[in-house]
Write a protein of this length. Sequence first.
Length: 149
Amino acid sequence: MLKSRGATVLLCLALGMGYAATKAVTTVRPLTAPATGAKPATAPKQAAVPDAQLEKDIRARFAKSKISTHKFQVHVQGGVATIEGQTDVLQHKGTATRLAKSAGAIKVVNRIGVSQAAKDQAAKNLASGRRRAQVKRSQTTARTAKRSS
C-alpha cells in the first residue's frame, strides 16, 4: 500500500509538471503607484486658508467661548497655530487646542500655562472620586439620600 501511494504522488507530480510546461509563461509587472497624481507620504500638509485668516478664525472662536476671558495669544505660521497664555481652569487648555483644530489648524502647539491652584483643584477632584455628572442614576449618594427622606 505504501508503494502505491508513493507511485500515485509521483504520477500526480509528473502530470502537474507536464501540464505546467504546456502553459505559456506570463511576465509579472512590478507593482507601481497608481498614476492618479498621488502625493508622497512625506509631503507636509498645506493650510487650506491663509495664516492671517486662520488666526482671525481662531480668535473669533475663542471670543465666542468661555475661554475668551483669558486673552490667549494666537500665532499661526504655515498652518501651525501656537497658543500662549495662562489659565486658572485646567479644561481651558484642552478647549483652546480643540477650538484651534476645528478652525482649520494643521497642528496646534499649546503653550498655555495652568496655575498651581488649578492643578491642586484637579488633583483634589480626582482623589474625591466620581463627580456629580459621573454618578449613575441607580447609585444613591448622600445628597440624594437627604432629598428622599
